[in-house]
Design a protein around this ligand. Structure first.
Ligand SMILES: [Zn+2]
Length: 144
């Protein structure tokens, strides 16, 4: 780097031949130093912006990761609930099958002359009584 004081010293003692050129060079060096100073300040500002953006990114990323964890947790809960539901539906299917197996196999308590529903005592030809628990349980969708 050019030392202004050194150049001034040389001018004072008459070493430089063309003082106008030297003064122009000194002015140019000062302008360049000012430009370098401004560029340094701009660079520092850009670094601050970059740091702010990085901090913002880290903040957003932390929120995103937290949301991702929530989604994963919900997925686990839904998966467990689906397994419970599937197990319950399988159990309902087994119970329905067992109920159908005995639906018209009950004792003929009213002496109809045929096997009867163990719930309402009616024959298959008569159909279930409206309030028969077996008939209600075997209706589609378990409607009452
Ligand atoms: Zn019945």
């Amino acid at each position: 780097m050019v030392d202004d004081q050194r150049i001034e010293d040389l001018l004072t003692i008459g070493v430089a031949a063309d003082t106008f050129v030297i003064h122009d060079l000194i002015a140019e060096v000062r302008e360049l130093r000012a430009s370098v100073e401004i560029a340094g300040q701009e660079l520092a500002a850009l670094k601050l912006d970059r740091d702010d953006q990085h901090a913002g990114y880290m903040q957003i990323n932390a929120l995103y990761q937290a949301e991702l964890k929530k989604v994963a947790d919900c997925h686990d809960v839904l998966k467990a609930q689906k397994q419970e539901r599937d197990a319950a539906l399988a159990r309902v299917g087994e119970l329905e099958k067992a109920l159908k197996a005995v639906e018209w196999k009950g004792l003929d308590v009213y002496e109809i002359g045929d096997y009867c529903c163990p719930g309402c005592g009616r024959s298959e030809k008569q159909g279930h009584a409206p309030d028969c628990i077996v008939g209600q349980a075997l209706r589609p969708g378990g409607e009452t």
